[in-house]
Structures are given as structure tokens and as C-alpha cells.
Design a protein around this ligand. Structure first.
Ligand SMILES: [Zn+2]
Ligand SMILES: [Zn+2]
Length: 392
């Protein structure tokens, strides 16, 4: 194994400069979800240079791509997922410039072994993680049907790696109440107050909270609340995100939240329209056998600062991938002090030598995981068996 590790480190040194340039160029040109033209083209150019066959646009997404490096020998089909969307105003505050470059680097490194070991490596460009998660669309279109396992590593503040854990399933609810306008003082009795229905919806949900499980998260805004204090509001809208640890519980919670709005409509006499306003993400299920290979690879590369997964109450579009294919979503450190993500400070960190060093180390660990999986049929079987068991 020593031989493979040393060769991986050697290849990593050879490609380091172009990978750092990839990440830094994407940092300097932040693009929002589905607008990542510069970023996706930079990824594709480098993958093509290293002999990958690229399909772009992919499944109807102009900034999505699928890059594949194939051997003539059979073997596992290993996928690294690359994100590259930025946040409005603060640019790469989630570090997707580094995240994507890590996956592309891992793909290139593993591709150098595919010819002798067998199998295939796929780098999947997955736009719009922060908004309209392309992975959800890819899953629906069957993009993972011919993929055996998927890996992605996300940057985080602090100097520790975190093993892949869980993330909540999320769905959205928009409530549109229609009432009747009237002079709010002179003829109030002729009105039907849609804002009261919105306020009651919030109060009903707050009453529901006492009976929800600890993993439940319900949070909303009033997006339309009337036009003037002297008019009884006749059209008001509120929007909620509903999150839970499992799909089954999310389903139950969604019904309960809907009932909160229906009760409010009945009490006020408003008409109610219910619908989603964004796409749903499923909960992330970590494949522990795959997670173990990644941890083993990191330790073989000399890394010791690895923690158990943190509590994660966010949601990821990788969750949808984990429902159809063995998946891991660990975190790698990009700063020696703890800096919160989705901030300008975090974006700044992604350009430091420390972040670059950890990006390359993570790419090596992802590639070494691939080598292990291809060379050890038992490890590959353990990953697939765990996934098949979890689906029953
Ligand atoms: Zn983010
Ligand atoms: Zn992110």
C-alpha cells in the first residue's frame, strides 16, 4: 500500500499548482447557482487536459457536467461530486471553490491508477447547492444509476476533520390566504383578515413545537402582510422551511404544519392555497463502510486530527444522493481557528496556504480511498451490502 500512497503524493505534487489556480480563480469570480459558467468551464478544461471524456451541459443543466475516465478492465464506478456555486454578496463564504477543486483533484489522481487497477472514475459537476440543488435533479434523472458510490468533502473552520454524519431532510410550504378588503375602522365587519390567518398560523405552529421531536426544525417568514394599516389585508403569504431527521418524520410534520394553516383559515374565514416554493432535500445517510475507508486513508496520509461528526441541523442536496447510492460527506479544515461559514472571513480563508494544503491532502485521501475500494473486493462489497441493507 505504501507504494500507492507514495505515488498518490507524487501525482498530487505534480497537479498542485493547477488545482490551487482552479480554486483561486473560482474564488476571484464568484457565480451564483446555475450561473457558474466560468467555474464549470475551468473544471472541464482541466479534466479534459487529463484525459477525461466530458458531457456538458449535463441533463439539461448548462453549468452541470459529467467527466469520466474509463479503463478497459471492469471494476467499481467511483464518483467525486464537485460544487462551485457562490453566495450573493459574500462570494465563496461556503468554500465551494475549494470543495469543487478537491473533487476534481481526487478524480485526476485516481484516474492515473484506473488503467492498471480497473474501474471508472467520474467527476460530476453539481451546480446550485445553495439554492436549487442540481443533485436532486440528477437523482430524479437517474444520473447515479450506473455509479457505485459517491464522495464529497466540504470545507469547515477549525483545524479538525469531521467524519461524515447526518443532515436533515427539508421541504417547503407556502401558505397563501385570501380574505376580503374593507376599511379597517369604518367598515371592519365587512372584511376578512388574511393577516390574522398568517399570525394564527405562526401561533399554531408555535403551539405545535412542544410536541415535536428534537430533530424538528420549523422556521418561516411573512412574505406578504398587507398594504396599509387602514385596509383589512385581503391577501397575505407566509413561507416555511420544515426539517426533520428522517423522511417519514418530515412527512408527518408537514401534515401537522399544514393543519396549523388550515385551522387559521377556518378561524378567519379565509381561503387557503398550499404549495411548495423550493425543492426538497432528503436526509443524508452516511455509508459507514465508505466513511471508514476515507478515515483509514486520511490516517495513512499522516492525519490524526479527525473528530466524530458534529451535530448538523442543516440540509444538503447530497442527502438525495445518499438515498440512491452509498455516499459520504465529511468535512475538512481550512483555517486553524474556528471561523463560521457563510461569512466573508470564511471566503478569505479559502485562499490561504493552510486551506490549499488541506485541500490537496483531502483529495489524496479521496483518491487513496478509491484505490483501496478497487483493490479490496471485500471493502467494496461491505459498502454495497450496507447500502442494500439500509434500503430494505
Ligand atoms: Zn453553504
Ligand atoms: Zn456548502
Amino acid at each position: 500500500m505504501q507504494e500507492y500512497k507514495d505515488r498518490i503524493l507524487e501525482i498530487s505534487k505534480e497537479i498542485e499548482n493547477e488545482i490551487i489556480e482552479l480554486s483561486d480563480s473560482i474564488y476571484a469570480n464568484p457565480e451564483s447557482g446555475n450561473q457558474e459558467f466560468i467555474a464549470s468551464n475551468l473544471h472541464v478544461a482541466i479534466l479534459e487536459k487529463h484525459g477525461f471524456e466530458v458531457e456538458k451541459p449535463y441533463l439539461g443543466l448548462n453549468t452541470g457536467f459529467r467527466a469520466e475516465y474509463r479503463s478497459k478492465k471492469p471494476g467499481p464506478r467511483i464518483c467525486y461530486m464537485a460544487e462551485y456555486d457562490a453566495l450573493p454578496e459574500i462570494g465563496h463564504g461556503c468554500g465551494h471553490n475549494l470543495l469543487g477543486a478537491t473533487s476534481t483533484a481526487a478524480g485526476i489522481i485516481l484516474s492515473k491508477f484506473i488503467g492498471e487497477l480497473g474501474g471508472r472514475v467520474i467527476v460530476l459537476g453539481t451546480p446550485a447547492e445553495e439554492t436549487d440543488g442540481a443533485k436532486v435533479h440528477y437523482v430524479k434523472k437517474g444520473a447515479f444509476d450506473d455509479i457505485d458510490l459517491a464522495m464529497i468533502s466540504h470545507p469547515t473552520g477549525g483545524s479538525y476533520y469531521y467524519k461524515s454524519g447526518s443532515a436533515l431532510a427539508i421541504d417547503t410550504l407556502m401558505f397563501e390566504f385570501k380574505g376580503r378588503a374593507a376599511h379597517a375602522a369604518a367598515e371592519a365587519e365587512k372584511g376578512v383578515n388574511a393577516l390574522d390567518a398568517v399570525i394564527l398560523t405562526f401561533n399554531n405552529i408555535n403551539a405545535l413545537r412542544q410536541q415535536t421531536r428534537p430533530d424538528a426544525r420549523i422556521h418561516g417568514i411573512i412574505s406578504e402582510g398587507g398594504v396599509a394599516p387602514n385596509i383589512i389585508p385581503d391577501h397575505c403569504v407566509c413561507k416555511f422551511y420544515v426539517r426533520a431527521g428522517t423522511k417519514a418524520y418530515l412527512h408527518r410534520l408537514m401534515k401537522q404544519v399544514e393543519n396549523c394553516a388550515k385551522g387559521a383559515a377556518l378561524a378567519t374565514g379565509c381561503e387557503l392555497k398550499i404549495g411548495p416554493f423550493e425543492i426538497a432535500y432528503e436526509n443524508l445517510v452516511t455509508n459507514e463502510a465508505l466513511s471508514d475507508v476515507f478515515e483509514r486513508s486520511l490516517r495513512e496520509l499522516g492525519e490524526t486530527k479527525i473528530k466524530e461528526p458534529g451535530e448538523d441541523y442543516g440540509s444538503l442536496d447530497s442527502g438525495n444522493v445518499s438515498q440512491v447510492c452509498p455516499t459520504i460527506h465529511p468535512y475538512f479544515p481550512v483555517s486553524t481557528v474556528n471561523i463560521p461559514s457563510h461569512t466573508a472571513e470564511f471566503a478569505e480563508c479559502t485562499r490561504t496556504p493552510y486551506a490549499h494544503e488541506k485541500m490537496m491532502q483531502t483529495a489524496c485521501a479521496m483518491a487513496l480511498s478509491g484505490v483501496h475500494i478497487i483493490r479490496e473486493p471485500g471493502t467494496f462489497a461491505a459498502i454495497r451490502n450496507e447500502f442494500n441493507r439500509s434500503r430494505k
